[in-house]
Design a protein around this ligand. Structure first.
Ligand code: C2E
Ligand code: MG
Ligand code: MG
Length: 634
């Protein structure tokens, strides 16, 4: 597959050219030549100075012989020059320029090169009583100069060669290092540092390459999205190092489960993608089934044995999608379908799923338009104590979708959460609550606290969190008026964030409740850390509790834990008198459910408050449907 080709790009800096080496050698050679020329001048100068000194000494000695014109004395003095290896010849002239005496060293025939070495000549004037009485000419061979010069040049050349060799070795090493770091930088830009797999942007590039093959060669590829199930729990419970180790092992297993030429990439967090080339639906099914079977096999992480199941979404290309972007959306939708249908499995993209995607998209568009048009209202489900006295309301969003009718929050809240619409929705709920409270208070009713459901996604950004807290203040919705409900998973997501809204709301004094307890993490550690006021046991455990010993024991232990942590226990979803009585016997504090009261319109909630003020307390027998039906979550 082409992605290996990313490494074959030419390095940016690491390539030295052969010309650079030659240039360096030429520059050094030029330097040696220049130094040698300077050295030649200096050596000749020194030879001349030595010769002049000799001439001066001889001149002083021969002074008398010249003065008295004694040729024999002059010759004898000049002959003494044979002791000087420097002087090659000397000649003494009288003042009238006639020769008085001469000397020439008797030497064996010089080497050929010495004959071409040339001679250095100096002249010294012999003075007596302030008058020039003669001249002494002296010459010396330059062979010594040349010998010294050759030695110098040889030495300099050797130093130059050694320096060049050293520079070559050092620069080769440096280039190797630069090449290595360039390769690493390129690798990090195109790959995920943790698993070494190609990253999202590389994967998208490869998808575009693949698209060419779908178009030109009618090739079928399969795109598989693989998402780990409940990975957050591993991170939360065992720490991020363990989470990283799991991701690395999953990456190795994924690579091992496909062919050499197939692409395995890490898109984000615990999301991986596989692009299987030239494949048909049967083989893609086999691969997906194999992944679901083999990936959850036990893995050793920090001395613990872990099993991580995966949900896989498959899209066949180009049958399901004609562009890489569309393909990613299809595989993603298929993967979410696998999650929705119980995780630990695979799901193929289908046109039906496509229709659902489109319906979801239309719902999102309509909701976006509906929130500012105040299409969201609130229904208030009462919560009672053991005597049927109203203790609070839970405010539940209702969307009156034009042309369709009431839509269940179970349908639109997840869409709002995944599109950030949850932020304006949350604010619109606050405004709606303020309006209903005003109407009730205006009617002179004594209103109990109202609980609002919160989603951690309302507070992903700092500005959203601040906006929500500001709105609470501006609408005078203080801790005596409202309380908040968060599901366990919401609490988990929020607690570790540096701007935890749980912490912010608690520090402002708002009572918090853990909603749907028992369906999520049910971590006692978090329960202790959170110090919430209320624990709402999910209706899953409540329905039929009176007839099930096991459910009874579970609910009893939840009540015990909550009471040990000084929490008030609310049972949700009570539908029958038997369950209600049983829960009272188990020691529940508060009760909520269709059996006692359905979610009420603000007007019906007002009527209930009036009845309560007259001492008409709730009982299952008296409960009647009050809210217009909407498609209810089951
Ligand atoms: P929840 O907070 O657990 O609310 C209780 C849900 O259970 C409500 O469904 C309520 O109508 C239903 N319920 C109450 N008693 C019974 C019963 O006896 N039997 C049955 N079968 N159901 C019962 P609803 O109103 O459809 O709300 C669903 C979920 O939507 C809520 O669950 C809550 O998590 C979420 N939600 C509702 N309004 C908002 C909102 O304004 N913001 C956020 N973030 N979430 C909201
Ligand atoms: Mg709730
Ligand atoms: Mg609930």
């Amino acid at each position: 597959m082409r992605w290996q080709g990313f490494d074959a790009e030419p390095p940016l800096l690491a390539q030295g050219t052969p010309g650079e080496g030659l240039l360096a050698a030429a520059a050094m050679l030029l330097l040696v030549v220049a130094l040698t020329v300077l050295q030649y001048g200096a050596l000749r100068e020194r030879l001349r100075e030595e010769l002049l000194t000799q001439a001066e000494i001889v001149g002083r000695t021969v002074n008398a012989a010249v003065l008295f014109d004694s040729e024999a004395d002059a010759r004898e003095i000049l002959a003494s020059l044979s002791g000087s290896p420097l002087v090659e010849s000397a000649r003494l002239f009288r003042a009238d320029r006639t020769s008085l005496a001469a000397y020439r060293r008797a030497t064996p025939a010089p080497h050929w090169w010495a004959r071409h070495a040339g001679t250095e000549e100096v002249e010294h004037t012999i003075v007596a009583n302030g008058m020039a009485i003669g001249r002494l000419q002296m010459s010396a061979e330059r062979t010594g100069v040349w010998t010294a010069l050759f030695k110098f040049a040889g030495g300099a050349l050797s130093v130059m060669l050694v320096a060049l060799a050293l520079a070559a070795v050092v620069s080769r090493r440096m280039r190797a290092k630069v090449r290595e770091s360039e390769a690493r930088t390129r690798f990090l830009a195109t790959h995920d540092a943790l698993t070494g797999l190609p990253n999202r942007s590389t994967f998208q590039t490869l998808m575009h390459h693949a698209k060419g093959h779908w178009d030109r060669h009618a090739r079928t590829d399969a795109l598989l999205f693989v998402d780990l199930d409940n990975f957050k729990q591993i991170n939360d419970r065992m720490g991020h190092a363990a989470g990283d180790a799991v991701l690395r092992q999953v990456a190795v297993r994924l690579r091992a489960s496909v062919r050499e030429g197939d692409v395995v990439a890490r898109l984000a967090g615990d999301e991986f993608a596989l692009l299987l080339e030239s494949i048909n639906a049967n083989v893609a099914t086999r691969v997906a089934a194999e992944l679901v079977r083999t990936l959850p096999q036990p893995m050793q992480v920090e001395g613990n044995e872990l099993r991580v199941s995966v949900s896989v979404g498959v899209a066949l290309l180009p049958a399901d999608a004609r562009t890489p972007e569309e393909a990613m959306r299809c595989a993603d939708a298929a993967m979410y379908q696998a999650k929705r249908t119980g995780k630990d499995g695979y799901h193929f993209y289908s046109s039906q799923l496509g229709d659902e995607m489109k319906a979801r998209l239309t719902l999102e568009t309509d909701l976006r338009a509906g929130i500012p048009r105040c299409e969201i209202s609130l229904a208030y489900q009462p919560i009672f104590d053991g005597q049927g006295r109203l203790v609070s309301f839970e405010a539940l969003s209702r969307w009156h979708r034009p042309g369709i009718g009431p839509v269940s929050p179970a349908e639109f809240i997840p869409v709002a959460e995944s599109s950030e619409l949850i932020v304006p929705l949350g604010l619109s709920v606050l405004r709606r609550l303020r309006a209903d409270l005003d109407a009730w208070q205006h009617a002179g009713l004594e209103v109990p606290p109202v609980a609002l459901n919160l989603s951690s996604r309302q507070f992903r950004r700092d500005a959203h969190r601040q906006g929500y807290l500001d709105a609470l203040r501006e609408l005078s919705l203080g801790p005596a008026t409202v309380e908040f409900e968060l599901t366990e998973s919401n609490v988990f997501e929020d607690m570790d964030s540096p701007h935890s809204v749980v912490v912010a709301l608690q520090s402002l004094g708002y009572p918090l409740a853990i909603d749907d307890f028992g369906t999520g993490y049910s971590s006692l550690g978090y329960l202790r850390r959170m110090r919430c006021r209320k624990l709402k046991i999910d209706r899953l455990f409540i329905k039929g509790v009176s007839g099930s010993e096991e459910a009874s024991m579970l609910v009893q232990s939840m009540i015990d834990v909550a009471h040990a942590l000084q929490m008030v226990v609310v049972a949700e979803g009570i539908e029958t008198e038997r369950d209600h009585a049983h829960l009272r016997a188990l020691g529940c504090d508060y009760y909520q459910g269709f059996g006692l009261a359905r979610p009420l319109t603000p007007e019906d909630a007002a009527a209930l408050m009036r009845r309560q003020a007259l001492g008409e307390y709730a009982s299952i027998a008296a409960a009647a449907p009050a809210e217009p039906a909407h498609r209810q979550q089951t």
